[in-house]
Ligand binder design. Structure first.
Ligand SMILES: Cc1cc2nc3c(=O)[nH]c(=O)nc-3n(C[C@H](O)[C@H](O)[C@H](O)COP(=O)(O)O)c2cc1C
Length: 170
């Protein structure tokens, strides 16, 4: 299966990146093809709500930013994994901007979704999980699993194993 991982952290070697690397290792060990985009470091603006994509653009976004690099992979992925640190009980702003840009092609091709979240505190995931579930429900997609890691668990062998096992379980 083709798996597209979107990492919303702006920290290149951060906690989310470590979980994503472990997830990738696990998924590749069972033959999946994994592509990671570090959207936290890409130039991706929020949706302009101009509706060009739903008119003359016929599914293409008018904005010529880094989201254009992602659209081809989104069109062919079987599964999308949203990986993000928790920023103020939500996805990072960068990740949220990226998600709003899913609007252009309409419902994404992937029918499987997963999520990897890193935070400082425990119990800070309700809003994100609620958004994620509503969003994939709207897409008609299936949740394949959610991993949360907080505080000192970050970068621990136990947390990396959890991410690796998640990847290998698919
Ligand atoms: C702007 C900002 C907001 C944050 N908000 C929260 C929060 O609401 N709850 C929490 O538990 N941690 C919060 N954190 C901590 C990060 O979620 C945590 O350090 C995470 O492991 C960072 O992952 P990263 O290294 O991949 O960026 C915040 C960090 C930043 C920089």
């Amino acid at each position: 299966m083709k798996i597209l991982v979107l990492n919303g952290s702006p920290r290149k070697n951060g906690n989310t990146a470590a979980l994503v690397a472990a997830f990738k290792e696990g998924a590749e060990s069972t033959g999946h093809e994994v592509t990671v985009f570090n959207v936290g470091n890409m130039k991706i603006n929020g949706c302009l709500a101009c509706e060009y994509c739903h008119g003359a653009g016929a599914g293409k976004c008018v904005q010529n930013d880094d989201m254009q690099k992602l659209y081809p992979d989104m069109a062919s992925a079987d599964m999308v994994v949203l990986a993000s640190p928790v920023h103020y009980w939500s996805f990072t702003g960068q990740m949220q901007s990226c998600i709003t840009r899913f609007y252009a092609p309409g419902k994404p091709a992937a029918m499987k979704y997963g999520m990897i979240l890193s935070s400082e505190s425990p119990g800070v995931y309700d809003a994100i999980i609620s958004q994620y579930k509503s969003c994939i429900g709207y897409f008609g997609a299936k949740d394949m699993g959610i991993i949360t890691v907080h505080g000192d668990e970050n970068k621990s062998e136990a947390a990396l194993k959890k991410a690796r096992d998640f990847g290998a379980s698919l």
